[in-house]
Design a protein around this ligand. Structure first.
Ligand code: SF4
Ligand code: SF4
Length: 145
């Protein structure tokens, strides 16, 4: 009898579920969402990259020394460590924007691994060139023409 009354009562209650994605889910005020980089304020120290536990940030470097920020929202765990470790306020912020589902070409195993590999190679190439130039400069100083 008790179960029957509960069942009847439930007929007049609002559903416990929501019609996501048509109805948005509850989001607390301190929700930790997508990371946003501001190149205008960035001093390119790469501390955010070093602090990131899963490796969701990587910087590539061109031969003229300029760096480019890369971020993978599918790898990010939204911990905020990059923001906490950034010495320049506003250079990297955590927004309240939830991440949308990752697209196929953004997953960890394919394009992101390749992006990281290329970024590290670009930095190694830049450093090698810098060393070569420094050695040539030093040699020129020792043997002035
Ligand atoms: S929030 Fe955490 S996981 Fe995401 S980029 Fe920043 S440090 Fe990496
Ligand atoms: S830690 Fe901040 S200033 Fe340094 S590279 Fe990252 S965003 Fe730029």
């Amino acid at each position: 009898m008790k179960a029957f009354l509960i069942a009847i009562g439930n007929l007049f209650k609002r559903p416990a579920t929501i019609q996501y994605p048509f109805a948005p889910t509850y989001k607390p005020d301190d929700y930790r969402g997508l990371i946003q980089h501001n190149p205008e304020l960035c001093i390119w120290c790469r501390r955010c990259e070093m602090a990131c536990p899963p490796g969701a940030i990587v910087f590539s470097q061109a031969m003229d020394g300029t760096q480019t920020y890369h971020y993978n929202r599918a790898v990010c765990i939204y911990c905020g460590e990059c923001v906490r470790n950034c010495p320049k306020p506003g250079a990297i912020i955590q927004t309240a924007t939830p991440a949308s589902p990752a697209l196929k070409d953004e997953n960890i195993n394919n394009s992101w691994a390749e992006t990281v590999k290329q970024a590290l190679e670009s930095r190694a190439a830049y450093m090698a060139e810098k060393k070569k130039q420094a050695a040539a400069k030093q040699q020129g100083g020792e043997n002035p023409a």
